[in-house]
Design a protein around this ligand. Sequence first.
Ligand SMILES: C[S@@+](CC[C@H](N)C(=O)[O-])C[C@H]1O[C@@H](n2cnc3c(N)ncnc32)[C@H](O)[C@@H]1O
Length: 242
Amino acid sequence: MLAALSAAPDQTAMVGESSFFVDPNDDDLLESRNSVFWEAMLDNIRRDRFGRVPKRVLDIGCHRGGLLARIAELWGGDALFGIEPIPAARARAQLRLASCAKTVQILSPEQWKLVPDRSLDLVVCHEVLFTIEDLRGLVGNIARVLASGGRAYVVAGCHAENPVWSMWRDAFEREGRQVYTHRPLELMGFAGEFGLNPAVRPLRETGWATYDPADNVFAFPSVGALLDHQFRHKLLFRLAQK
Ligand SMILES: C[S@@+](CC[C@H](N)C(=O)[O-])C[C@H]1O[C@@H](n2cnc3c(N)ncnc32)[C@H](O)[C@@H]1O
């Protein structure tokens, strides 16, 4: 059911040198599949009385840099950072974003320390938590790099409270892929521990749920499950630096 992924150690989910999915076509389709969710996240950020234009931005799990490119298009960019374990995706993102901001640094998860302390207006992260074992470490890094008044917006649909996740998780595991099941309240608890103000809402509440049952990456057993996933369980967290 799920496109399998190749292996890697430590807290980084198992990823290949050049693709997240075993079938690289799925990597090619990732941006068009996810753009509706990226736009929903960006709409929420726009409507959220964010008191500054976010010019210094980090995307955690930035893949080939599509979301950072869209953010630079919307708000301009002084500094764009990405964290991404796949070397080929990092290289593509670095090239694609080169002319989008004065500083562009696409880093591996081992290079988090190169993102300066208290430097960023905005951190975004879309559907990456299930690939990361050390959620507390991730939230600690977010708290460290956010400037005063900065915010992180984290989208997660693959989590312990979403009934379809156990099905997708089992399929990942059958394919030898290490994934992690985090509880939404765990994320919010870590945020509080690191001095951030945690908040949560559904990412989208209305609209069309586009879905082709031939899509074998994240399959749904019913339309009800699809709608519950898209409009109820796919969560947007806001972690605000005081
Ligand atoms: C499901 S994809 C989502 C990609 C992108 N955020 C999007 O919305 O299209 C998960 C991404 O997280 C990356 N990833 C895996 N482990 C990671 C880690 N430890 N830190 C940051 N990113 C990671 C993967 O390589 C992949 O690009």
